[in-house]
Design a protein around this ligand. Structure first.
Ligand code: GAR
Length: 178
């Protein structure tokens, strides 16, 4: 079963749900994440850092909760906190992330703006295995698009997200079939 971690609007979570993948539970680092409302009747919960003595304690609690819902594969769908070993060790080689750039270029929370500022001619989306670094870990799949003259962060991100919404469910489906 799949556990999805979210922090934002949750369009990638929606793509996983629309693909009818076996999502068992949704967790967030933010109680006010709009993405949580997409979970509907699925078990969903928030694990705010402020409620725990340390990030490792929060991550351990989140991992425990997901395991309790039979989660074996974790998908970060716009989850904007780093995960510690307290979480990653519970799901070895089974945590994946989607990111709006051609990693390893432009990791981090402002990848779209940074690509435009750098004047790149090509962008894209990456799905990769997660380690303790910032958007690091082995790349599983990547798809490219051209950056167009006049692109704004919004227009570029919209085209990247259209890729993400196809690429992420495809990779997750492949991982479920392992
Ligand atoms: C996605 O575009 C994802 O690639 C990005 O956050 C967005 C979340 O959108 N993730 C990162 O930048 C990770 N470093 P969503 O909440 O609508 O799925």
């Amino acid at each position: 079963m799949i556990g999805v971690l979210v922090s934002g609007t949750g369009t990638n979570l929606q793509a996983l749900l629309d693909a009818e993948l076996p999502v068992a539970a949704v967790a967030s680092n933010r109680a006010d994440a709009a993405a949580l409302t997409r979970a509907g009747d699925l078990p969903h919960a928030s694990f705010e850092l402020a409620d725990y003595p340390s990030r490792a304690d929060r991550d351990a609690a989140m991992a425990e909760w997901l395991s309790g819902h039979d989660v074996e594969l974790v998908v970060l769908a716009g989850y904007m906190h780093l995960l510690t070993a307290a979480f990653l060790d519970r799901f070895p080689n089974s945590v994946v992330n989607v990111h709006p750039s051609l990693l390893p270029r432009f990791p981090g929370a402002h990848a779209v703006e940074e690509q435009l500022a750098a004047g790149v001619s090509e962008s894209g989306a990456t799905v990769h295995l997660v380690d303790e670094g910032v958007d690091s870990g082995p790349v599983l799949a990547q798809e490219r698009i051209a950056v167009l003259p006049g692109d704004t962060p919004e227009s570029l991100h919209e085209r990247i997200q259209a890729i993400e919404h196809r690429l992420l469910p495809r990779v997750v489906e492949e991982l479920c079939a392992r």
